[in-house]
Design a binder for this molecule. Sequence first.
Ligand code: GDP
Length: 187
Amino acid sequence: RAAAPRGSWSSESSASSGCWEPQYRVVLLGDPGVGKTSLANAFAGVQERDLLEQHGEVAYERTLSVDGEETTLLVIDAWEPERRESWHRSHCLQVGNAYVIVYSITDHGSFESASELRIQLRSMRQAEDIPIILVGNKSDLVRCREVSVEGGASGFIETSAALQHNVAELFEGVVRQLRLRREGKEA
Ligand code: GDP
Protein backbone atom coordinates (compact mmCIF):
# COMPACT_ATOMS: atom_id res chain seq x y z
CA ARG A 1 0.00 0.00 0.00
CA ALA A 2 1.38 3.36 -0.99
CA ALA A 3 1.36 5.94 1.74
CA ALA A 4 -1.16 8.70 1.23
CA PRO A 5 0.57 11.99 0.55
CA ARG A 6 0.68 14.25 3.55
CA GLY A 7 -0.82 17.58 2.67
CA SER A 8 0.40 19.35 5.73
CA TRP A 9 2.21 18.75 8.94
CA SER A 10 -0.62 19.91 11.10
CA SER A 11 -4.07 18.37 11.15
CA GLU A 12 -3.74 14.62 10.77
CA SER A 13 -0.62 14.17 12.84
CA SER A 14 -1.23 12.55 16.16
CA ALA A 15 -4.96 11.87 15.97
CA SER A 16 -4.95 8.89 13.62
CA SER A 17 -2.07 6.77 14.82
CA GLY A 18 -1.81 7.84 18.41
CA CYS A 19 1.72 9.13 18.04
CA TRP A 20 4.31 10.16 15.52
CA GLU A 21 6.05 7.45 13.60
CA PRO A 22 9.51 7.02 15.00
CA GLN A 23 12.21 8.68 12.95
CA TYR A 24 15.84 7.61 12.95
CA ARG A 25 19.02 9.12 11.54
CA VAL A 26 21.09 6.67 9.51
CA VAL A 27 24.58 7.91 8.63
CA LEU A 28 26.48 6.53 5.63
CA LEU A 29 30.23 6.12 6.14
CA GLY A 30 33.02 4.83 3.91
CA ASP A 31 35.77 5.83 1.51
CA PRO A 32 35.07 8.11 -1.47
CA GLY A 33 33.83 6.26 -4.54
CA VAL A 34 32.44 3.17 -2.79
CA GLY A 35 28.86 4.11 -3.71
CA LYS A 36 27.35 5.91 -0.70
CA THR A 37 25.54 8.50 -2.81
CA SER A 38 24.38 5.84 -5.25
CA LEU A 39 22.95 3.78 -2.36
CA ALA A 40 21.23 6.85 -0.92
CA ASN A 41 19.70 7.61 -4.30
CA ALA A 42 18.58 4.03 -4.76
CA PHE A 43 17.05 4.15 -1.28
CA ALA A 44 15.24 7.40 -1.94
CA GLY A 45 13.98 6.40 -5.38
CA VAL A 46 13.47 8.88 -8.14
CA GLN A 47 9.90 9.84 -7.31
CA GLU A 48 10.01 9.79 -3.55
CA ARG A 49 13.32 11.51 -3.35
CA ASP A 50 13.21 14.29 -0.87
CA LEU A 51 16.46 16.11 -0.84
CA LEU A 52 17.12 18.28 2.15
CA GLU A 53 20.24 20.35 2.26
CA GLN A 54 21.10 21.66 5.65
CA HIS A 55 24.50 23.06 6.52
CA GLY A 56 26.05 21.22 3.60
CA GLU A 57 24.60 17.91 4.72
CA VAL A 58 22.58 15.88 2.31
CA ALA A 59 19.80 13.81 3.75
CA TYR A 60 17.16 11.63 2.19
CA GLU A 61 13.95 11.01 4.09
CA ARG A 62 11.66 8.12 3.42
CA THR A 63 9.03 6.20 5.32
CA LEU A 64 9.31 2.43 4.98
CA SER A 65 6.70 -0.13 5.82
CA VAL A 66 8.51 -3.06 7.39
CA ASP A 67 6.65 -6.02 8.91
CA GLY A 68 3.42 -4.02 8.79
CA GLU A 69 4.76 -1.04 10.70
CA GLU A 70 5.93 2.30 9.33
CA THR A 71 9.28 3.81 10.21
CA THR A 72 10.88 6.95 8.83
CA LEU A 73 14.58 6.91 8.06
CA LEU A 74 16.63 10.02 7.44
CA VAL A 75 19.64 8.80 5.49
CA ILE A 76 22.57 11.20 5.82
CA ASP A 77 25.27 11.21 3.13
CA ALA A 78 27.72 13.77 4.51
CA TRP A 79 30.85 11.76 5.19
CA GLU A 80 33.99 13.29 3.70
CA PRO A 81 37.04 11.52 5.07
CA GLU A 82 39.39 13.93 3.32
CA ARG A 83 37.99 16.84 5.35
CA ARG A 84 40.47 17.72 8.01
CA GLU A 85 38.16 19.41 10.50
CA SER A 86 37.78 16.95 13.27
CA TRP A 87 34.44 18.48 14.35
CA HIS A 88 32.85 17.36 11.10
CA ARG A 89 34.15 13.85 11.60
CA SER A 90 33.07 13.57 15.20
CA HIS A 91 29.71 15.18 14.40
CA CYS A 92 29.04 12.45 11.83
CA LEU A 93 30.09 9.80 14.31
CA GLN A 94 27.84 11.23 17.03
CA VAL A 95 24.54 12.05 15.27
CA GLY A 96 23.57 8.65 13.91
CA ASN A 97 21.01 6.35 15.49
CA ALA A 98 22.41 3.71 13.15
CA TYR A 99 25.36 3.44 10.75
CA VAL A 100 25.82 1.93 7.32
CA ILE A 101 29.55 1.53 6.65
CA VAL A 102 30.12 0.98 2.94
CA TYR A 103 33.10 -0.46 1.10
CA SER A 104 33.49 -1.61 -2.47
CA ILE A 105 34.07 -5.32 -3.07
CA THR A 106 36.46 -4.21 -5.83
CA ASP A 107 38.70 -2.23 -3.48
CA HIS A 108 40.45 -3.96 -0.61
CA GLY A 109 41.65 -0.64 0.82
CA SER A 110 38.06 0.52 1.22
CA PHE A 111 37.31 -2.69 3.13
CA GLU A 112 40.18 -1.95 5.52
CA SER A 113 38.91 1.62 6.03
CA ALA A 114 35.44 0.28 6.74
CA SER A 115 36.77 -2.16 9.33
CA GLU A 116 38.72 0.64 11.05
CA LEU A 117 35.67 2.88 11.06
CA ARG A 118 33.60 0.17 12.67
CA ILE A 119 36.13 -0.22 15.48
CA GLN A 120 36.33 3.56 15.95
CA LEU A 121 32.55 3.92 16.09
CA ARG A 122 32.16 1.08 18.56
CA SER A 123 34.68 2.69 20.90
CA MET A 124 33.24 6.23 20.52
CA ARG A 125 29.69 5.08 21.17
CA GLN A 126 30.63 2.34 23.60
CA ALA A 127 27.83 3.04 26.05
CA GLU A 128 25.15 2.74 23.35
CA ASP A 129 24.38 -0.39 21.44
CA ILE A 130 23.85 1.24 18.04
CA PRO A 131 23.24 -0.80 14.90
CA ILE A 132 26.24 -0.83 12.57
CA ILE A 133 25.80 -2.55 9.22
CA LEU A 134 28.78 -3.33 7.04
CA VAL A 135 27.94 -3.15 3.32
CA GLY A 136 29.97 -4.61 0.46
CA ASN A 137 28.73 -2.59 -2.50
CA LYS A 138 29.27 -3.08 -6.27
CA SER A 139 28.47 -6.78 -6.03
CA ASP A 140 27.69 -6.65 -9.76
CA LEU A 141 31.39 -6.19 -10.57
CA VAL A 142 32.15 -9.87 -10.03
CA ARG A 143 35.28 -9.97 -12.16
CA CYS A 144 36.92 -7.16 -10.19
CA ARG A 145 36.24 -8.63 -6.77
CA GLU A 146 39.07 -8.07 -4.25
CA VAL A 147 37.12 -8.80 -1.06
CA SER A 148 35.59 -12.20 -0.43
CA VAL A 149 32.02 -12.56 0.82
CA GLU A 150 31.78 -12.46 4.61
CA GLY A 151 29.50 -15.44 4.44
CA GLY A 152 26.71 -15.41 6.95
CA ALA A 153 28.20 -12.71 9.14
CA SER A 154 25.48 -10.82 10.98
CA GLY A 155 25.28 -7.09 10.37
CA PHE A 156 26.66 -7.60 6.89
CA ILE A 157 25.13 -7.48 3.41
CA GLU A 158 26.36 -7.16 -0.16
CA THR A 159 24.55 -4.74 -2.44
CA SER A 160 24.62 -3.35 -5.92
CA ALA A 161 23.40 0.21 -6.08
CA ALA A 162 23.79 0.00 -9.85
CA LEU A 163 21.40 -2.95 -10.16
CA GLN A 164 19.29 -1.97 -7.12
CA HIS A 165 20.15 -5.37 -5.69
CA ASN A 166 19.65 -5.79 -1.92
CA VAL A 167 19.19 -2.04 -1.40
CA ALA A 168 15.66 -2.40 -0.01
CA GLU A 169 16.83 -5.36 2.12
CA LEU A 170 19.67 -3.26 3.51
CA PHE A 171 17.42 -0.48 4.79
CA GLU A 172 14.74 -2.89 5.99
CA GLY A 173 17.50 -4.59 7.97
CA VAL A 174 18.44 -1.24 9.50
CA VAL A 175 14.81 -0.69 10.55
CA ARG A 176 14.60 -4.16 12.14
CA GLN A 177 17.85 -3.65 14.06
CA LEU A 178 16.64 -0.28 15.35
CA ARG A 179 13.36 -1.83 16.49
CA LEU A 180 15.13 -4.66 18.27
CA ARG A 181 17.07 -2.09 20.32
CA ARG A 182 13.92 -0.05 21.00
CA GLU A 183 12.06 -3.12 22.22
CA GLY A 184 15.04 -4.06 24.33
CA LYS A 185 14.87 -0.67 26.04
CA GLU A 186 11.12 -0.81 26.59
CA ALA A 187 11.25 -4.27 28.13
P1 GDP B 1 30.49 7.85 -2.96
O1 GDP B 1 31.68 8.73 -3.20
O2 GDP B 1 30.76 6.82 -1.91
O3 GDP B 1 29.24 8.61 -2.68
O4 GDP B 1 30.28 7.01 -4.32
P2 GDP B 1 29.28 7.30 -5.53
O5 GDP B 1 27.89 6.93 -5.17
O6 GDP B 1 29.51 8.68 -6.01
O7 GDP B 1 29.80 6.22 -6.60
C1 GDP B 1 31.10 6.26 -7.12
C2 GDP B 1 31.11 5.59 -8.50
O8 GDP B 1 30.80 4.18 -8.37
C3 GDP B 1 30.08 6.15 -9.44
O9 GDP B 1 30.64 6.18 -10.73
C4 GDP B 1 28.94 5.15 -9.37
O10 GDP B 1 28.21 5.12 -10.56
C5 GDP B 1 29.68 3.85 -9.16
N1 GDP B 1 28.87 2.87 -8.41
C6 GDP B 1 28.22 3.07 -7.23
N2 GDP B 1 27.60 1.95 -6.85
C7 GDP B 1 27.85 1.01 -7.80
C8 GDP B 1 27.47 -0.37 -7.95
O11 GDP B 1 26.77 -0.98 -7.15
N3 GDP B 1 27.94 -1.01 -9.06
C9 GDP B 1 28.73 -0.39 -9.98
N4 GDP B 1 29.14 -1.10 -11.05
N5 GDP B 1 29.08 0.91 -9.86
C10 GDP B 1 28.66 1.60 -8.78
